[in-house]
Design a protein around this ligand. Structure first.
Ligand SMILES: [Zn+2]
Length: 425
């Protein structure tokens, strides 16, 4: 009996978390008090909010476990709130997602030529891609940002043509800060390779962009979370740090951990929450590494012109402020808005995908300690954004592989338009 019991426990501990019968419901709040009420349901662990919460009259997507479904739908009916089922069985949706098998380590340029941009990749494959990009292309070099909490290298690439000003302004892209948003690293990799290819092909506007900016790119920043989202829980969001073990919950929300207005609205002090701000600002080594890296570049005299934190989902191109809807918009708000407008117009022209733009906390609820606020206010990046990629909730975090390439193509069109704008403004 004892042996059997131990075996059973081991199976539970090592198994990938399953989401059989979990549903995602789309609830349409009638006013702000309804939204606050839905947030309370989350605090009571009755639902998990999936999308970036928009201000009034926008639907809220919530995941509900099978055990809570009767109670939650009853509560919604009591409050007079309508809902539709967006995803009838989250596990069935997860089962349709494909991850490429691991490529053997050491595979180099051949692997890069064969790299598939229309599937999701493992952590090891992404790191191999980083190395292969640097090996294959003379304008690309590799850097290691730091080691993650669990000791993995966090690698990135620098695209630098060496033409023009040796101290040209810098553009920073980071993907995968939230582990489950798999479309983010995939899109950042597609954008990177497209920039490099178009440069070598002599595409005029891309040549101008890469001769005008050095672009530093980390495709997957929250590497521990990303690995965990493959091995244990596809819907993991946070880091994997264990800095307050007495609470029994792992990880902080890395996009509430930045040292600007840390700990304000939309970030919780509770380690078990999905939006836990961390023990203190920069408690997460992954965020501290970005801050140190970019601060050192700036202090060496380089201008950080653009900073984009790529997320999913909701189809939004958002500028500061994230911490407050009441704070006056930044002095650069007009230019930030014009760049965002140019980007989403170009993006839409590719596949018709519609994005909204604006100040983050005016579109969504406040989120203090977010990357875009720090990058603008402290780092001085004029064009600081958080971009929420596809979709608007039909698949949410479980975006089917068929949408990876179109998302990459349109996002590339958008960012090229944005970078062109930034060259001259
Ligand atoms: Zn995110």
């Amino acid at each position: 009996m004892r042996v059997l019991f131990i075996l059973a426990v081991v199976v539970v501990v090592t198994g990938v978390k399953r989401y059989d019968g979990f549903k995602v419901l789309r609830v349409t709040p009638k006013d702000e008090s309804d939204v606050a009420w839905i947030r309370k349901l989350e605090l009571q662990s009755l639902v998990e909010i999936w999308n970036s919460l928009r201000r009034s009259n926008h639907p809220v997507d919530v995941m509900v476990t099978p055990a809570n479904q009767v109670q939650v739908t009853g509560l919604l009916a009591d409050r007079g709130l309508d809902y539709t089922v967006m995803i009838g069985d989250v596990q069935a949706q997860l089962d349709r997602q494909a991850v490429a098998p691991d490529t053997p380590p050491g595979a180099s340029t051949a692997a890069l030529a064969d790299f598939q941009y229309d599937i999701y990749h493992t952590h090891d494959q992404i790191q191999q891609w980083v190395s292969d990009m640097a090996t294959e292309h003379s304008i690309v070099s590799k850097f290691t940002l730091t080691q993650s909490y669990e000791g993995r290298d966090i690698n990135g690439i620098k695209i630098s043509t060496g033409v023009g000003d040796p101290n040209k302004p810098i553009v920073w892209f980071e993907g995968g800060i939230h582990a489950r948003e798999w479309i983010s690293p995939a899109t950042v990799m597609f954008i990177s390779k497209s920039l490099v290819e178009d440069y070598y092909n002599g595409v005029t506007n891309v040549v101008n962009i890469l001769d005008g900016f050095d672009i530093h790119i980390v495709p997957s920043l929250n590497v521990d979370g990303y690995v965990y989202s493959h091995t244990d829980d596809r819907l993991w969001r946070k880091t994997r740090s264990d800095l307050l073990p007495e609470f029994g919950c792992i990880g902080a929300d890395p996009n509430r951990n930045w040292p600007y207005e840390w700990g304000g609205r939309g970030a919780t002090p509770w380690p078990c929450s999905l939006t836990f701000r961390g023990r203190e600002p920069l408690s997460e080594v992954e965020i501290r590494a970005v801050v140190d890296y970019l601060t050192a570049l700036r202090d060496s005299g380089r201008e950080i012109k653009m900073f984009i934190d790529w997320h999913s989902y909701s189809q939004l191109w958002m500028a500061p402020w994230s911490y407050s809807a009441e704070a006056p918009l930044p002095p650069d708000a007009d230019d930030q808005d014009l760049l965002a407008g140019a980007a989403i117009t170009a993006l839409e022209s590719k596949h018709g995908t519609k994005y909204d733009k604006g100040g983050s906390a005016r579109l969504l609820y406040e989120a203090a300690g977010a990357s875009c606020d720090w990058a603008y206010a402290t780092l001085g990046a004029k064009y600081s954004y958080v971009v929420e990629l596809r979709d608007t909730g039909k698949f949410g975090f479980v975006l089917p592989p068929e949408q990876i390439l179109p998302t990459g193509e349109e996002s590339y069109a958008g960012i090229v338009a944005g970078l062109e704008y930034a060259l001259t403004h």
